[in-house]
Write a protein that binds this ligand. Structure first.
Ligand code: DAH
Length: 341
């Protein structure tokens, strides 16, 4: 039976439920329970007619008053809950940025170098890092007893688990020359970026793994002048300054004539400084005109075709461009180093 004391009790009950409600949706539920269409207070109003006539007026008035009060309490609680997340948040604090990864400085430099060569009309090819003696040395005109085949320089794979004998980790990207020559008919103009391996004493300038970009062009009337032009254009574009190049006679079994190329020092422009060890020049690559023996071995006619090839060290070029003084930094994964690029 409804009575004014029952209404007071409902109001007190709803009031304490509201106080302990922690979320807006909890307040919504309480609102429905007491004030909704089938809520406790509206139900009392609906059943007034069942009350003795002398009680109807007082109970009806109390229920209406309670409805009003409770409505105000609900609104107040909603206001408090709605405010709390806003007041806890300081929009003036500096934000926290997410740490996201980035390409390794060597990958980024290799991509930059590839982009320059691509603009100069070179296609890109890759070759295997595990290679046969034939592709790494034999077809490139290395004699059987050439010192580069020595165990000191080359990592040979132990023969096991059905692996063919005589596999090695390629010591240079020149293997891709042979693999591409066998697949294609000239004219061709290709670069081959990739990883190479050498069993060398580790130092500030040498590491057991490093990267090279091989480049080669074969066609009719490809000349040493073309090679010089390509290398000079590449260096000026890549280093963004008017460097000079110096071709020093050298020897590689797969090129004749062969040269090593020095670039005028980026820092002192040839005057002599710490970077170039007071020489004025920095060595950046090996190159030459492809040896007729190499052409013949892949079925190209050296009487009709000619070509040049070059191979440059990616670590070397990256160290010069970014002023890095120790090659080992590339491989130590020290975030203080890597985050600088
Ligand atoms: N393969 C040589 C090396 O790793 C570099 C090289 C020299 C590549 C002359 C060439 C070249 O293509 O023509 O030392």
């Amino acid at each position: 039976m409804s009575s004014t004391s029952h209404i007071d009790q409902l109001l007190a009950e709803a009031g304490s439920a509201l106080k302990s409600a922690a979320t807006v949706s909890e307040v919504g539920e309480i609102n429905i329970r007491y004030l909704g269409r089938k809520g406790k207070l509206p139900e009392i109003l609906k059943s007034l007619k069942e009350l003795p006539a002398d009680q109807r007026k007082s109970v009806g008035a109390a229920a209406n008053k309670a409805k009003g009060k409770l409505g105000a309490l609900v609104a107040e609680r909603l206001g408090q809950l709605d405010e709390s997340p806003v007041s806890n948040l300081d929009y003036t604090l500096p934000g926290q940025s997410n740490r996201i990864g980035r390409p390794h400085v060597l990958s980024a430099t290799m991509a930059e170098m590839t982009a320059v060569f691509t603009r100069m009309g070179f296609a890109t090819a890759t070759g295997p890092e595990v290679e046969t003696d034939q592709y790494n040395f034999g077809s490139l005109n290395f004699p059987e007893d050439h010192p580069a085949r020595d165990m000191q320089d080359t990592f040979y794979l132990r023969q096991c688990d059905g692996l063919p004998a005589g596999l090695l980790l390629r010591t240079h990207t020149s293997n891709v020359q042979i693999r591409e020559f066998e697949k294609r008919t000239p004219p061709l103009k290709i670069i081959a970026p990739g990883k190479v391996f050498r069993h060398e004493a580790v130092s500030t300038r040498a590491y057991c793994v490093f990267h090279q970009i091989e480049g080669f062009q074969v066609g009719e009337n490809v000349t040493l002048g073309d090679l010089k032009g390509v290398l000079l254009a590449f260096c000026r574009e890549f280093f963004s300054t008017d460097v000079k190049l110096r071709f020093r006679p050298s020897f590689f079994p797969f090129t004749e004539p062969s040269a090593e190329v020095d670039m005028s020092c980026l820092l002192c422009d040839g005057a002599g400084c710490l970077l170039c060890k007071y020489d004025g020049w920095l060595e950046i690559l090996g190159c030459g005109m492809i040896d007729p023996n190499v052409m013949q071995a892949v079925g190209y006619d050296p009487e009709k075709l000619s070509g040049y090839a070059f191979g440059m060290g990616v670590e070397r070029v990256t160290m010069l461009k970014r002023r890095i003084t120790d090659i080992r930094l590339f491989y130590e994964n020290d975030l203080r180093f890597l985050r600088q690029f």
